[in-house]
Design a protein around this ligand. Structure first.
Ligand SMILES: [Zn+2]
Length: 111
């Protein structure tokens, strides 16, 4: 996964990602980040995970001697985990200021 600020790679099992509940910061640029599922990606991978669940995961669990029930939640959790992306958690106001500045710059160019 990549930082939205500096494009630095943040490992999924790194300290940063496993500090749940705490404010996360990029280990490269130290800017605030937040992790949440990307619903578009989740929507795309859910059928794939479902097929994987039915034909690979569930038979494997049954072969291993387990009942196979109660693992549907595990597959669902895997789908959510796969869809997780890092978003910026910097102050919204500073983003707005940057936007208005760039539009002002463009206006200046035209004049
Ligand atoms: Zn960064």
């Amino acid at each position: 996964m990549k930082c939205p600020h500096c494009q630095g790679t943040i490992g999924f099992f790194s300290k940063t990602m496993n500090s749940f509940g705490k404010k996360k910061r990029c280990p490269h640029c130290n800017k605030k980040i937040k992790v949440k599922p990307n619903w578009k990606i989740l929507f795309l991978i859910l059928p794939l995970v479902f097929v994987f669940h039915l034909f690979v995961f569930k038979p494997a669990v049954i072969l291993a001697g387990f009942s196979g029930s109660g693992i549907t939640g595990v597959s669902g959790a895997i789908a959510v985990l796969l869809s997780l992306r890092i978003y910026s958690d910097e102050n919204e106001e500073s983003l707005h200021n940057k936007k208005s500045l760039s539009t002002a710059e463009k206006r200046g160019d035209k004049l």
